[in-house]
Design a protein around this ligand. Structure first.
Ligand code: SAM
Length: 277
């Protein structure tokens, strides 16, 4: 069956070569051109799938220049697929400029569902998955990474990061520095591959596993963290301000009782906080 003229976004396996859909194989077989990050790397996949190579390179360094050329191909009624080295294109991979430009120009972009390390990891991590926030790679420089983690400290949704084996231990250490030792974390390593491993525990426990066995630092990683869980007994700054104001004109006991009523807090705790104000 002839394909509609469009750019097809085609996910490829993240490890296990069987993790590619029949539709993806069909589209890759039928399109006129396949844009990929690395023609040698993707050439091997196509060879494995028995698909004749029609690859062109599209990576972070030439994406902006290639966009118009690909638009021209679509204008000439050619069909094009976009793949990346592994997983879903555009997810911490090239393709954003291309898709954004083609959409603006009114070309069709057709996505195929498929492998993505973040979603694969989340589906088995045992962390809340109803709401999550994908942060991709953290900055490589220590100070920028700590600043980013500080910004995310009170994010209540589950957090998902990609990380390279060279930096995984540094990142766990940075998380301890930014969030404390007790945050729950899951390292999903080598998903769909022979040495697939899930390392879970508090940050300090996971750090110990990585340090005890350097083999655990090898391979590809998704880091998943439980979101911030506010202490239900914590007294907000707003409540403390109210208490301080009331205390100027009323006895502490009365001030604590009124503040407790306004903010739904415990009056004994507020009384104790009031003693320290
Ligand atoms: N586009 C890809 C996707 O859909 O997941 C991600 C590409 S990004 C350049 C590569 C990163 O994804 C790796 O550094 C790692 O953090 C994560 N990753 C990819 N494959 C993985 C696997 N099999 N196991 C664990 N993490 C993986």
């Amino acid at each position: 069956m002839d394909l509609t003229v469009a750019l097809y976004i085609v996910p490829t396996p993240i490890g296990h070569l069987d993790d590619i859909s029949r539709r993806a194989v069909h589209v890759l077989s039928e399109v006129d051109l396949i844009a990929c990050e690395d023609t040698r790397h993707s050439g091997k996949l196509l060879q494995h799938l028995g698909i004749q190579s029609k690859l062109i390179a599209l990576h972070d360094h030439n994406e902006k220049q290639k966009v118009n050329w690909i638009a021209d191909q679509l204008a000439q009624q050619k069909t094009v697929a976009l793949i990346s080295d592994a997983g879903t294109p555009l997810i911490s991979d090239p393709g954003y400029h291309l898709v954004s430009h083609l959409r603006q120009q009114g070309y069709k972009v057709i996505p195929l569902p498929g492998a993505c390390a973040a979603i694969t990891a989340l589906s088995a991590a045992g962390l809340p998955s109803d709401r999550f926030c994908f942060e991709g790679f953290l900055p490589a420089k220590a100070k920028a990474r700590l600043d980013k983690l500080a910004l995310l400290k009170e994010e209540t949704r589950s957090l998902i990061f990609y990380e390279s084996p060279r930096r995984v231990l540094d990142t766990v250490n940075a998380m301890i520095q930014a969030w404390g030792e007790q945050r729950e974390v899951v390292l999903a390593r080598e998903l769909t591959k022979t040495f697939e491993t899930f390392i879970q525990g508090t940050l300090v426990q996971v750090k110990a596993v990585l340090e005890e066995d350097e083999n655990q630092q090898k391979g590809e990683f998704v880091i998943l963290c439980r979101g911030y869980q506010p202490d239900p007994r914590a007294i907000s700054q707003q409540a403390l301000n109210t208490l301080a104001l009331l205390k100027q004109d009323l006895p502490l006991k009365k001030s604590a009782a009124i503040t407790a009523q306004i903010y739904g807090l415990n009056k004994k705790q507020l009384y104790e906080a009031g003693l320290e104000l």
